[in-house]
Design a protein around this ligand. Structure first.
Ligand code: EPS
Length: 362
């Protein structure tokens, strides 16, 4: 399997399977001399972890990260940073009955078609377990962006099935277990999720993300546009089916006169562009939202085939998230952070540190 590396100047390679002994990542290109805050990394991992509430997978992983390279006396050395996490609670027997079957809506079929075999235990490499290492790497990038530019990245839950949440998150670090911007929405969401779990079904979700404080000028037209790279980063997360930047698909119904973000008194008066113009950051908030499909591993039987093409009724056991989009919030933040840090280094590489034009629009 190739292409397990993300980024251009800041690269992150992840490895490992859901039910293998360990998962890990190697970060290359991280600037030297940056103090590594292991508690912060661990806290980000906790936000994403399974088993934080009855509404997510009950697999109990410690997700205790071990730094094994690239850090000396608490600071990055400029050499590859490697991190490892031991898998402690894989229960592979849950997957014995589907080892020769294709779950409808899952990557089981396409992995078979592409590689000729698949690690059926917990989905192997196609499992959302892989995203753990993105969050670990993303935590370092978040910290670096905050320290060097004052950038804050916040994600929150915008919708779960028919439950739409209208409040925009206004803090910097969201520690809510279900990533709601407004605690008042919790009873509605919990009763919806309780009913969903009892029914044995799953549902999709929408996650919003906002990066504040990104300087104008990041992004590389034409094939390395910042919005294109953000979209690709989000699409690489398991179960993503759509990405919107700024007004996104609502732009279809806009008139140009309302969509353009007019400039008055030295400031943009709206942000339909989502902080990116011509693939380059404008200095406004970068805003995006990501659509996640419903989890395909269900205990409700569904018609499918086995590897000989014979009809079967597939029933998936295991400890699955009824809504995988909920735990995706910190993953979306991590992918935003990694994309922005990569672009920060790319911008510095071509254009240097100083602004090249004096005009400033707030
Ligand atoms: C997942 C299935 C479940 C989740 C897992 C993602 O794993 P298992 O079937 O082995 O219990 O628990 O998520 C994690 C382990 C994690 O750390 O996010 C899947 O099919 O994607």
């Amino acid at each position: 399997m190739s292409h397990n590396r993300f980024g251009k100047l800041l690269t992150v390679t992840t490895f490992g399977e859901s039910h293998g002994p360990e998962i890990g990542c190697v970060i290359d290109g991280f600037p030297p001399g940056f103090p590594v805050n292991l508690d912060m990394i661990q806290n980000e991992l906790k936000r994403r972890a399974t088993g934080r509430s009855r509404h997510t997978s009950q697999r109990k992983e410690a997700d205790c990260v071990r730094l094994i390279s690239g850090v000396f006396e608490g600071k990055t050395t400029g050499t590859p940073i490697a991190m490892l996490i031991v898998n402690t609670d894989a229960r592979s027997r849950d997957y014995a009955n589907i080892k020769d079957q294709v779950r409808p809506g899952h990557a089981d079929y396409t992995y078979w078609k592409k590689y000729g075999l698949r690690d059926y235990r917990g989905g192997g490499r196609s499992s959302a377990r892989e995203t753990t290492m993105r969050v670990a790497a993303g935590a370092l990038a978040k910290d670096w962006l905050q320290a060097n530019f004052g950038i804050t990245i916040a994600g929150w839950l915008g919708q779960v099935g028919e439950c739409v949440f209208h409040t925009e998150f206004n803090g910097t670090v969201n520690n809510h277990p279900l990533f709601l911007a407004d605690e008042a929405d919790m009873p509605r969401l919990e009763s919806y999720l309780d009913a969903l779990r009892k029914s044995g079904d799953s549902v999709g979700a929408r996650v919003h993300v906002r990066a504040r404080g990104v300087p104008a000028g990041w992004g590389e037209p034409v094939y390395g546009k910042l919005d294109a790279d953000i979209a690709a980063a989000m699409m690489s997360i398991n179960a993503t089916k759509g990405v919107e930047i700024g007004a996104g698909f609502a732009s279809v119904a806009h008139k140009g006169s309302e969509h353009r973000d007019v400039i008055e008194n030295g400031a943009f008066q709206s942000n339909h562009a989502g902080g990116i113009l011509g693939g380059i950051s404008s200095g406004q908030d970068i805003t995006a939202s990501v659509a996640f499909k419903p989890t395909s591993s269900l205990r409700l039987p569904a018609p499918s085939v086995d590897q000989c093409g014979q009809p079967v009724q597939v029933v998936t056991k295991g400890r699955h998230d009824p809504c995988v989009g909920i735990r995706a919030v910190p993953i979306v933040e991590a992918m935003m952070a990694l994309t922005l840090m990569d672009h920060a280094l790319r911008h510095r590489g071509q254009c240097g540190e100083k602004p090249l034009h004096p005009l400033v629009i707030e």
